[in-house]
Ligand binder design. Structure first.
Ligand code: FES
Length: 383
């Protein structure tokens, strides 16, 4: 049975029974998990610096020689694809006296000349040129390449560990979830646009990505009219999660034998949540919303790099209008609805109204996310 068929069957059953996938019990999360700065700093290290995180999609660097720069959680990065097609991630800082080596956001070039004193590196990070070396003195080029971070590419996603020298096993990190990600065929999409959103604290922001309980009340004018509120089909693979929502048209499947369902995927919406920071929401195979969510410097802010993908480069007015409509709708739903609402949560954290949050049985993905953070925090303390 295809995944879409199985998910549509489970969603239809919930729709008919007025039910949803549920956790075994409710969960209390102490408010300090959202507000304690020392805890936040420990979590930031354990979750975002000790473990691999997703930083880009492969389609952003499609060809050998392509590169991209980003600053993620204070670390300036240079992502490259070398002539063999291998993706690399370097700290975008010169090994001479620390200038930023590449100032462009993206492009296509195999060599990078530092703007300060013109040391030159290739896209494998090797130091290949030292300006005025006769006067400077000998430089051991073998040890003076750009500082490389462990970088792996799977299923159209580029993963990096932000701590220099720290390796990771991407296959064991993703497990069988890699197959679910591969099914999204992320390399086949077209990047329509990219934008950054500023948000409230990391966990309050992420909680909103992980439940459908709020859809009717928050998204009444955007995604709400198309989605059945409070109906979640939930699966986990290690720390990673898949959430399927029922579209309102799920009702049309009643009375039709599943083997005759022509397009079960058109009756559900599926979100893949790659722990801890990537959300992929493909809509009907035509458009896709991707969010990379990173904590800010303190527990009170996040930065989201949001990508809008389309099935192909839009060539007609109708195609352009369709993807632009989707882009504006998601911007409204995420920035003006979700993030605006979460800002009110952030504003009330210090009010004294709560000493903990009660997470419902119908919010299993929120529970799972917080449990996984606890696991990593404990593993770091025990190490
Ligand atoms: Fe880069 Fe001097 S800082 S060449």
């Amino acid at each position: 049975m295809s995944d879409a068929l199985e998910l549509a069957k489970r969603a239809l059953q919930h729709f008919n029974e007025g039910s949803t996938d549920r956790a075994p019990s409710q969960m209390r999360i102490p408010l300090s998990a959202y507000t304690d700065e020392s805890r936040f700093q420990a979590e930031r290290e354990a979750v975002f610096f000790d473990s691999p995180i997703a930083v880009a999609l492969s389609l952003e660097l499609p060809e050998p020689g392509d590169f991209q720069t980003q600053t993620i959680m204070g670390v300036p990065l240079l992502l490259t694809r070398d002539r063999d097609g291998t993706a690399h991630c370097f700290i975008n800082v010169c090994r001479h006296r620390g200038a930023k080596v590449c100032l462009q956001e993206k492009g296509h070039q195999a060599r990078f000349s530092c703007p300060y004193h013109a040391w030159t590196y290739n896209n494998r990070g090797e130091l290949v040129g030292v300006y005025g070396e006769e006067s400077f003195g000998d430089v051991d080029r073998a040890t003076m390449g750009l500082t490389e971070l462990a970088c792996e590419e799977r299923a159209g996603v580029i993963f990096v560990c932000l701590t220099p020298g720290k390796a990771f096993d991407i296959d064991s990190w993703l497990g069988e979830f890699a197959d679910k990600l591969a099914d999204q065929q992320l390399t086949n999409w077209h990047l329509y646009t990219e934008r950054y959103l500023q948000g409230s604290g990391w966990k309050a922001t992420m909680d909103g990505y992980l439940e459908v309980y709020h859809h009717d009340s928050v998204h009444g004018k955007t995604v709400g009219p198309h989605t059945v509120g409070n109906l979640l089909v939930h699966d986990t693979w290690g720390a990673h999660q898949r959430m399927a929502f029922a579209r309102k048209n799920i009702e049309e499947l009643n009375g039709v034998p599943p083997e005759s369902w022509a397009q079960p995927e058109s009756h559900i919406r599926v979100v893949h949540s790659v722990f801890p920071n990537l959300s992929i929401s493909a809509i009907l195979g035509d458009q896709c919303l991707v969010g990379f969510i990173y904590p800010g410097k303190t527990s009170t802010t996040t930065v989201t790099r949001q990508l809008i993908l389309s099935a192909g480069a839009p060539t007609t007015e109708d195609e352009r209008a369709a993807v632009e409509t989707f882009s504006q709708m998601t911007l409204q739903a995420v920035r003006d609805e979700d993030y605006a609402l979460v800002a009110t949560v952030q504003g009330g954290l210090g009010s004294g109204a709560n000493d903990s949050f009660l997470v419902g049985r119908n919010e299993p993905a929120v529970q799972h996310y917080h449990c996984e953070i606890e696991n990593l925090l404990k593993a770091r303390k025990d190490a």
